[in-house]
Design a protein around this ligand. Structure first.
Ligand code: OGA
Ligand code: FE
Length: 280
């Protein structure tokens, strides 16, 4: 099922380098904070691969969260300043909750987190004094274990009852300033990924350990992006689904578009993470 290869292969595309994970014996681990001197931040070794990344716009109407694990939607926010935390919570969170409820048909949607990324040339992600940077390795934010764990951590006494029904974690990603040319987001068609391509990886914070998926290379992977993405567009990404008969996890990563001129404005983006609860 899904989109046929001859449709995809006629789409405009670019070639980009994506960093997969070299298969390893130990469980991969990343520190979410600046390690003390002499301590490695990660034990994983990146395996760069050149892949074809297709323009998703011409097929946007045919991509779905449950099918390919992503949706590309037009959505105009009324937020004036995405750097105003107060306005984000007051205006953007409810707008995004309504959007995700509409797209998924869920009975309840809760934004639980946001990340603003602003590229600084030479900047290191999660380094003190530097804004969060585009993510340069292929990953999915949650695993079979950490998806439900997030519900337990955030929903208190309601968690048990909520976990008896279908729930999802869906990210809402958009440029803060467009058109976005620097470090766009590539998202992998979930129907082209085998479950065995995902490798559970510890994400170690000072006070807790989360689990994400890193991804092993598989030539079957089919990648999409939205060229020159506008602020009135959003990509929705399925990062977890308790239902097992549809897209459950969706690999994604930033990449350098080789056709982008050198002097474009650095990437500024915002992503929200949402818990999506279904009544059934
Ligand atoms: C995400 C994500 C990476 C980026 O939204 O979950 O991984 O570079 N974003 O924006
Ligand atoms: Fe992510």
């Amino acid at each position: 099922m899904g989109l046929s290869s001859d449709v995809i292969e006629r789409l405009p595309h670019v070639e980009g380098i994506l960093n997969y994970l070299v298969p390893m014996a130990d469980k991969p681990m990343n520190l979410a904070y600046d390690p003390p001197p002499g301590v490695a931040r990660s034990n994983g070794i990146p395996e760069p691969h050149r892949v074809t990344i297709y323009d998703a716009r011409p097929v946007a109407g045919r991509l779905s969260l449950d099918g390919e694990g992503l949706a590309v939607v037009e959505h105009r926010s009324t937020v004036e300043d995405f750097y105003d935390e107060d306005e984000l919570r007051r205006v953007y969170y409810p707008e995004a909750e309504r959007l995700v409820a509409e797209v998924t048909g869920a009975s309840r949607v809760l934004v639980f987190d946001h990340t603003i990324r602003r590229r600084v040339m030479g900047g290191v992600d999660r380094a003190p004094g530097t804004p969060r940077q585009p993510v340069t390795s292929v990953h999915n934010d949650y695993t079979v274990k950490s998806g439900p764990q997030r519900v337990r951590d955030l929903m208190g006494e309601e968690a048990d009852e909520l976990l008896r029904h279908r729930f999802e974690i869906v990210n809402v990603w958009r440029p803060i300033r467009g058109p976005l040319r620097d470090a766009p987001l590539a998202v992998c068609d979930a129907t082209s990924v085998a479950f065995t391509d995902f490798v559970a990886s510890d994400l170690v914070y000072r006070d807790r350990t989360g689990e994400t998926y890193r991804v092993k290379y598989n030539p079957a992977h089919r990648w999409f992006y939205v060229p020159e993405m506008r602020v009135d567009e959003a990509i929705l990404i399925k990062c977890y689904d308790s239902a097992q008969d549809r897209a459950r996890f969706t690999a994604h990563s930033a990449f350098e578009d080789p056709t982008t001129p050198k002097d474009v404005l650095p990437r500024e983006s915002i992503e929200l993470r949402t818990l999506v609860f279904h009544a059934a």
